[in-house]
Design a protein around this ligand. Structure first.
Ligand code: ADP
Length: 263
């Protein structure tokens, strides 16, 4: 029945056999499955850089490699990069669990989105990353504040701008804009002229560790958690996430947030 735990799918196989497929539809089961997958994925993601670090440290612990400055430098570089990769992953995992823990407490501070945009823009511009030169802002100064958690909104914007820079074509602009959305919602958008995302990937994009191209994500320093964090922040703000993309042309990700209640 409609509310039962088991869904039965029955199909004739064309001969005298019948296929009966039982699907467990209960919430609890799906949530448990996701939790198990998540722990397995997170462990795997942490194990890969750790294995590289251990491998290179062991190879370095050998006089031939140690006495050659070029080899030493190259190995230390890899160890450094892989350790940073673990660091980013652990930071993102901790962010996710903090945001999830706060899920049921709606943020009520009045936040000026324009200020968040200016602050994030200043941070990315100061960063050594040459791609950050192309980030431009288009802020609607007449917008009312949103009901939000300032630190989380700043993290959300950082993740979106980071992705736009990572997956944008070098030399093309990344635009951060604010404006009015449908109803009384306030819109925050990040747009890039990059490789875009094929439509079949869109529904799964905010899943933890889902990537369109794993190697590509890895080489640009992604953790696979950025959009999952964005999704959780949007949910906590009772907002909506709108991802539009044209493969080969670019991507526009908009977040719609409710305005702060005037009291
Ligand atoms: P990652 O750390 O891999 O960037 P995210 O959760 O931030 O993880 O994003 C998931 C995947 O979505 C990315 O691996 C990438 O394939 C795709 N993606 C995200 N943002 C963009 C974008 N602006 N343009 C193209 N692809 C994107």
């Amino acid at each position: 029945g409609r509310d039962s735990r088991w869904q039965m799918n029955i199909a004739g196989l064309g001969d005298d056999r019948t296929l009966v497929h039982l699907v467990d539809r209960s919430e609890g089961h799906a949530a448990e499955r996701m939790r198990v997958d998540f722990v397995a994925n997170a462990s795997h993601e942490l194990r890969t850089p750790l294995a590289a670090i251990l491998g290179y440290v062991e190879t370095l612990d050998d006089d031939a490699a140690l006495s050659d400055p070029a080899t030493r430098k190259r190995f230390l570089r890899v160890i450094h990069d892989e350790a940073w990769r673990m660091h980013r992953l652990i930071e993102d995992l901790m962010s996710l669990s903090r945001i999830e823990a706060e899920k049921f407490r709606a943020p009520e501070t009045a936040v000026d989105l324009g200020e968040v945009v200016r602050e994030v823009h200043a941070v990315v511009r100061d960063a050594a990353d040459p791609r950050s030169r192309d980030v431009v802002c288009d802020i609607d100064e007449s917008l009312p504040p949103v009901a939000g958690d300032r630190a989380q909104l700043s993290q959300l914007l950082h993740n979106l701008v980071g992705n736009a820079m990572k997956y944008g074509r070098p030399g093309t602009p990344v635009t951060i804009s604010t404006g009015r959305g449908p109803g009384s919602m306030i819109r925050l958008s990040v747009e890039d002229e990059g490789e875009g995302i094929a439509p079949e990937h869109l529904p799964r994009l905010t899943e933890r560790f889902y990537r369109v191209d794993k190697e590509r994500s890895r080489s640009v320093g992604g953790t696979g958690l950025g959009l999952a964090i964005v999704k959780h922040i949007v949910e906590r703000h009772r907002g909506r996430l709108d991802i539009r993309s044209m493969p080969g042309k670019g991507t526009n990700i908009s977040v719609l947030l409710p305005p702060a209640r005037l009291s």
